[in-house]
Design a protein around this ligand. Structure first.
Ligand SMILES: Cc1cc2nc3c(=O)[nH]c(=O)nc-3n(C[C@H](O)[C@H](O)[C@H](O)COP(=O)(O)OP(=O)(O)OC[C@H]3O[C@@H](n4cnc5c(N)ncnc54)[C@H](O)[C@@H]3O)c2cc1C
Ligand code: FES
Length: 287
C-alpha cells in the first residue's frame, strides 16, 4: 500500500515534516513508537523514523526528519501528492506514561521531534513539564512553539547564543536537578553524545532518566540484531526492547562506536546521490 503525502513543510535548512496517509498506524500508534519507511515498496533502504504525531480523523501520521544522508535527502525531494512506497509500524515499545510529578524534557536537534508527542502525553497525564531545547544555532532549532504550548517552563539554549542562552543543554539541566523539589523524571532525546552527558548529570542527582536510542536499524522487528546495545550489562534490541531505556544503564560509548561503523559507506552513497542529482540538473539545463 502506497502512502500519499498530504502536507509538507520545511522546518529549517535540513529538517522537513510531512503528514502522510497511514490510517491504521494513526489509529494504533502510541507516544514513543516509530515506523520503518521506504521510498519504494520493493527496493531501496528502509529507515526508522519516530511517529511525531497523528490525526485519526484524517488518517495521517506526522514524520519529521533531518537530511543527513542519501535516503533522507531523497525523502526531502518528495512533495504533496507524492507517495512513500512502504511504511511499517507502529514499532517499538510505547513510552511508559503516568503522573510522575515534575518531568524535565530535554531535546537536542532533531530529537525535539520524537520528544514532542511524549512531552504532550506526559502533560496530559498531569505532569509539570519543564522543557530544555538545544541546537547548535537558531536556524537549527525546531518545534519551539509546539513545546511552548505544552510546557510549564521552556528554556532554549544554542551553542552560539543566537537564540536563548548560550549554553549546552546540560547546563540548565543541572540547575533544574539542583532545585527543590528535584525532577521526578528526565526524558532526554537527541544525539548519543548529548544523551550520554545528560545522563551523567542526572546520575549525580539521582534523577531517573529515560533516553530514546537512535541506533542503526534494518528490519525493526528483532530479527537482524543490527540495533543491539548494552544496557545494564545485558544485550538489548532497540527496535523491540526500546527505543527508550534507562539512560544510567546504557553503554553509550559502545553504541556510538557501532553507529559509526558504516560512516564511510554512508558518505559514499550520499556523495554518489548528490553527484547524480547534479548531473540530472546539468542535463535539464542543457535541454
Ligand atoms: C527508533 C528511531 C527513531 C528515529 N527517528 C528519527 C526521526 O524522527 N527523525 C530523524 O531525522 N531521524 C530519526 N532517526 C534516525 C534516522 O533513522 C537516520 O537519520 C536515517 O536512517 C538516516 O538515513 P540516511 O540514508 O539519510 O543517512 P545515512 O547516510 O545512511 O546515515 C547518516 C546517519 O544516520 C544513521 N543511520 C543510517 N541508517 C540508519 C538506520 N537504518 N537506522 C538508524 N540510523 C541510521 C547513521 O548512523 C548516520 O549517522 C531515528 C532512528 C531510530 C533508531
Ligand atoms: S533492527 Fe533488526 S533487530 Fe532491531
Amino acid at each position: 500500500m502506497a502512502h500519499k503525502i498530504i502536507k509538507k513543510q520545511q522546518l529549517s535548512e535540513n529538517v522537513f515534516t510531512v503528514d502522510v496517509k497511514a490510517p491504521l498506524i494513526a489509529e494504533a500508534r502510541k507516544p514513543g513508537q516509530f515506523v520503518i519507511v521506504g521510498l519504494d515498496a520493493e527496493i531501496g533502504e528502509r529507515i526508522p523514523l519516530t511517529i511525531a504525531g497523528a490525526d485519526t480523523e484524517k488518517g495521517t501520521i506526522r514524520l519529521v526528519w533531518q537530511r543527513v544522508g542519501k535516503t533522507t535527502a531523497q525523502m526531502s525531494e518528495l512533495n504533496i501528492g507524492d507517495e512513500m512506497g512502504y511504511i511499517a509500524g507502529p514499532l517499538g515499545t510505547p513510552t511508559h506514561i503516568e503522573k510522575f510529578g515534575k518531568v524535565v524534557c530535554v531535546g537536542g536537534g532533531i530529537g525535539n521531534a520524537p520528544l514532542l508527542p511524549i512531552a504532550r502525553a506526559l502533560k496530559d497525564a498531569g505532569n509539570e513539564i519543564v522543557t530544555v531545547l538545544g541546537a547548535r544555532t537558531k536556524n537549527l532549532l525546531i518545534l519551539e512553539e509546539d513545546f511552548a504550548s505544552i510546557s510549564d517552563e521552556l528554556i532554549i539554549v544554542t551553542d552560539d547564543g543566537s537564540c536563548g542562552r548560550k549554553a549546552l543543554v546540560t547546563e540548565p539541566l543541572e540547575e533544574i536537578c539542583k532545585q527543590s523539589p528535584k525532577p521526578d523524571l528526565a526524558m532526554v532525546i537527541g544525539p548519543a553524545i548529548m544523551m550520554k552527558f545528560c545522563s551523567e548529570v542526572t546520575r549525580k542527582y539521582d534523577v531517573p532518566t529515560q533516553v530514546s536510542l537512535n541506533t542503526i536499524m534494518v528490519d525493526g522487528t528483532g530479527m537482524c540484531g543490527g540495533c543491539r546495545v548494552e544496557v545494564g550489562g545485558e544485550t538489548k534490541f532497540v527496535c523491540v526492547d526500546g527505543p527508550e531505556f534507562d539512560g544510567h544503564q546504557v553503554d553509550f560509548d559502545q553504541m556510538m562506536k557501532r553507529q559509526a561503523a558504516y560512516k564511510d559507506l554512508e558518505k559514499k552513497a550520499y556523495e554518489q546521490y548528490q553527484h547524480k542529482c547534479r548531473i540530472g540538473l546539468d542535463a535539464n539545463n542543457n535541454k
